[in-house]
Design a protein. Sequence first.
Length: 180
Amino acid sequence: MAAATQLQYWYWRYWSQPSAARSLYRMIPRWRPTRIVELGLQSAINTSRLVRIAQRFAAGPIHYVGIDPFESRQTKDTITLKSAHQLLHQLGATSQFFPGDPVSTLPMVANRLLNSDLIVVAPSIDPSDLSASWDFWPRMLHEKSVVALWNRSSQQYQFESLPQVAERAESHRSSMRRAA
């Protein structure tokens, strides 16, 4: 499979399902990410679309990292580790996968994810669950990085930049100091 065609991109941008992913697809041409990290893979279809749109607009090859429980998740729509590798290989993206719960795995692999352009947090992950790992986030980002967090109240992605993520990390550190 190659990068998304113009027709595919426009279709996914306006009519793809689930509709929540549309805002993410619309923002990729603006950011032009080449290093993508996805915490909790939503589905093979969404991951494929995300990478294919990034390939269309990126200045270089795509490096994709996925952190997901894979087979240990107890849902019917689970993407297996093997099928995730096959999918990204077919797309021509360099891929790396870390099996495990994204919330607990992220602190262990944060130093391998330096200079990520785009980090997508799946809707299945509650941002409050990530609070213990906020200290690791600023080191994974650079000044043009974007974090896409799922906002449960608006049912859409909210996009945060490095200063906003650093502010979250600092507020987490200060709350930890007060608790101690």
